[in-house]
Design a protein around this ligand. Structure first.
Ligand SMILES: NC(=O)C1=CN([C@@H]2O[C@H](COP(=O)(O)OP(=O)(O)OC[C@H]3O[C@@H](n4cnc5c(N)ncnc54)[C@H](OP(=O)(O)O)[C@@H]3O)[C@@H](O)[C@H]2O)C=CC1
Ligand SMILES: N[C@@H](CC=O)C(=O)O
Length: 351
């Protein structure tokens, strides 16, 4: 089965996804009967290019990496250049819009409009952008359902580590009483680096260079990114929408090297913890804040950009999932997970 995809946003994650498709083309075809054609890319600074029959991925990547613009694309003549994101969503003949623009923690835009427009024009959406999913979870899922299209957002929580499918699919049958986790790679990387003697500004700079941080890293260090992920988990696992006012939120920016050393001297570690507790049917409470946890706590050994989440289940007890919480290849992989699920939905015989 051939799937035409259009990428809206072609930064770190978008490019990593294109590289994955380039590297795994043969394997995807052989194992999943899936042929992925990138037909369009639209980005603010890097420009836009569309070709109905599919773009040449190595050439596309070469243009963006060497010349900083996808409009340098010259491999084919039958191409359209310069489309805006909305023109690309509406006019391209893509089956799936891959939305990988930046996350805006206040409005969810421009991604929210991108998702609506895609559904309105009968296209599926796969995204790692937390904004629209945290702000309009029910509305978007209902709209996708009504239009008979797919909405995938596995990478919005813990990037390529499947923190969303695990509780609904694999742990199904349990009543999940509480979720607790380290859900931000940047801050966990900073805290681990500070434990090893690095200063806060240098650690943040490194997290930015490694592609973990948001375009505006305030979102990471003040906990807003985790608050978004907490809202997504509450909606996804329990069907309970939480607004940001429902989730008290404190980041790590006030923690000092002395705080970290003092915790260490007492056999403890500082971690930015998201916690969602089910108080009864239809009722959860949530918080995001730095907590001093004992070194033998399940979450204490989770270091660097690695994340972890513990689902407290009534039947199976605590189940911990740990893996990358950020990173370009890892997040690009989360898009592939959703794309394979999209294909399985289209071709149920492949399940
Ligand atoms: N990096 C990670 O580890 C993870 C990222 N995510 C999420 O994935 C998304 C992408 O992340 P990442 O690739 O790292 O971010 P980048 O900042 O590297 O890329 C975002 C891209 O979107 C482009 N863009 C912004 N607005 C528009 C628009 N209106 N139309 C078209 N393109 C636009 C930007 O263009 P330009 O710069 O040219 O202006 C930029 O190239 C974000 O929402 C992020 O929160 C989720 C999990 C992990
Ligand atoms: N900036 C985020 C990226 C993934 O959501 C993080 O550091 O975890």
């Amino acid at each position: 089965m051939s799937v035409k995809v259009a990428l809206i946003g072609f930064g770190g994650v978008g490019q990593a996804f294109a590289e994955i498709i380039q590297d795994k083309q043969q394997e995807l075809l052989r194992v999943h009967d899936l042929e992925v054609e990138i037909v369009a890319v639209s980005d603010v600074m890097k420009g836009a290019v569309y070709r109905r029959e599919g773009l040449d991925i190595p050439h596309l990547l070469q243009c963006v990496k060497q010349l900083g613009s996808v409009e340098a694309y010259s491999k084919h003549k039958d191409i359209v250049k310069g489309w805006s994101s909305l023109e690309t969503i509406v006019q391209s003949e893509a089956d799936v819009i891959i939305e990988v623009t930046y996350t805006d923690v206040k409005t969810g835009e421009p991604a929210l409009t991108h998702c609506h427009k895609a559904f309105e024009t009968g296209k599926s959406v796969i995204t790692t952008n937390k904004g629209p999913v945290a702000l309009a979870y029910t509305e978007l899922l209902e709209k996708a359902k009504k239009r008979g299209v797919f909405f995938g957002f596995e990478g919005t929580v813990m990037s390529g580590t499947p923190a969303l499918r695990l509780p609904l699919e694999t742990l199904t049958g349990n009543n999940i009483k509480e979720i607790r986790g380290i859900l931000n790679g940047t801050t966990n990387y900073i805290l681990t680096s500070m434990e090893n003697g690095m200063e806060y500004p240098e650690a943040l700079q490194k997290a930015q260079t490694l592609g973990y941080a948001e375009a505006d890293p305030t979102s990471d260090v003040e906990g807003y990114d985790v608050r978004y992920k907490t809202a997504i988990l509450s909606n996804h696992v329990w069907g309970i929408p939480l607004t940001f006012d429902d989730i008290p939120c404190e980041g790590i920016s006030k923690l000092t090297a002395e705080d970290i050393a003092e915790a260490e001297n007492n056999g403890e570690k500082w971690k930015l913890i998201a916690r969602i507790t089910q108080n009864g049917p239809g009722n959860v409470s949530a918080s995001v804040k730095p907590e001093r946890i004992k070194v033998d706590d399940l979450l204490a050994g989770v270091s660097g950009a690695t994340n972890a989440i513990v689902y407290e289940c009534d039947l199976s007890g605590p189940i911990m999932l740990t893996g990358a919480g950020a990173g370009l290849k890892e997040t690009g992989f989360s898009l592939l997970i959703d794309l394979i699920h999209y294909q399985k939905q289209k071709q149920p015989s492949k399940i």
